[in-house]
Structures are given as C-alpha cells and as structure tokens.
Write a protein that binds this ligand. Sequence first.
Ligand code: FE2
Length: 269
Amino acid sequence: MNILILGDVAGPAGVKAVREKLPSIIKEKKIDFVIINGENAADTGRGITKKIFDDFLKAGVDVITTGNHVWDHKDAEDIASKNINFLRPSNMLKDSPGKGEGIFIKNGKKFIVLNLMGNVFMKKCDDVFVEAKKFIERFKLGDGQADFIIVDMHAETTSEKMAMGHLFDGKATMVVGTHTHVPTSDHRIMEKGTAYQTDIGMCGDYNSVIGMNKENSLKKFLRDSSAENHHPALGEATISGLLVLADDNTGLAKKVQPIILGGSLQERV
Ligand code: FE2
C-alpha cells in the first residue's frame, strides 16, 4: 500500500496547491490512502471551514487530522461531530467534540489513524504518552483490527516526537510529526519497521514565517506598532509530506520518500 501524509495546510495558498496538485500526485504515485493535517487551512491560517474540508475530500484526502488550532474556526465543532474522517488530538480534554482516532476501510484494508498532541509548549491536554500507551494496548498491527496504523504527532518539540516514534516502532506503519511547518530531513524506517519523520513540514508558502506574511511577522518581532494580526503568505505554496510504501502483510514500512513539490523549496519527488 502507498500511504501519503501531507503536513499542515497553511491558508489559501496551501489549500489551492492541495486542490490543484493532489489529484495528479495520487494518480502518478498510485497512492492508496491520503491523510492531511488541516488545522491551519482557513483564510486566517487558523482552523478549517466546512468548504475547505469538502475541498480536501474532493481532492482525494481520506482523513483530515488537526492539532492545537482545531477549534479556531466556528465550523470545526460541527465538522468533528458529523464526520468520522475529521480527527482532533486524541488526548484533548475529555469533553472535546469529535474523536482522536478512527478506523477506515479502503481497498479491503483497515487503516487506523491516530491524532496526538504534544504536551510541551502546546495547549493544555492529557499526557500524550499515557494516551499512546493505551492505544498500543488496544490496537495491534496484523491482529485483524488494523492492517496499517498511521500516527500524526502534532507537537512543538523534536524530542517528544522522536520519543513517540520509538514508542511506536514496530507497532505502527508510520509516525510523523506536524505543527512546526518546517520539514526535517530525518525521514527513515526505524529499527523495527516503522516509518518516521520528526516533522513533515507544511503545505504553504515558504517565503514567509511558518506560512504567515513575512513583513508583518517581522514587524511583530521588531515590536513595530503598525503590525497587524498574523495573516497567511499568499505566494505559491510547496506541497510537503511523506510517502510510505507499506507491506500488505505486516503493515510495516518498506520504503519512505519525502514529497516536496512546487513553490520555493528545493523539490524532492
Ligand atoms: Fe499546530
């Protein structure tokens, strides 16, 4: 199975790139299952709207994950309560709407997607490692419950993400980090067969400050009183993510390949 996960879609530039490029990537790379982090996709760069959620599905996305900005647009609670393929972090506080994991059947195979959120420098949420251990006790690759397990670890620190990768090594098809909007170059298959990358980057305009207008972000850092609220950069976006070829029998990774396409980043396809 070819499984593609794309990093945080940042504002209108990212949404446009996903809409225009994802269908041909799916076709060319023969991708079976697509996950995308959509928590920064709205016009403001925070949250997601129903229209964008529908656009992602039309472009071929199977599951949309999120993170700390999940509820920043008013549409999100309604999307989460009505759509099992829209996930918010599983370790969010207990009265949160929606779900943090889901089982999805496609081409006769069972894909489980788990969305987690780190504890360091993030919104208050339950202990992410306790949550992950509970998940591991419930779901095992190849026991009939799951053919493939995909983990989106939405977190700020590289250490939390790397530790999560090791916790799941041999127990998940892939563990990738999202949230920092900068792709790391440590994509690999870990010792026991789990594909891993500390951060898969963003689908957005990199001529920016993590997807936001660079002039305005600089003004904010320089304490210039004319600075406005952050707003997304609108230049050509780069699509950024990780493609994993997974073994149909074991559910573990056989090959990992970063996909970086368009915009100002050096392409890797
Ligand atoms: Fe985030």
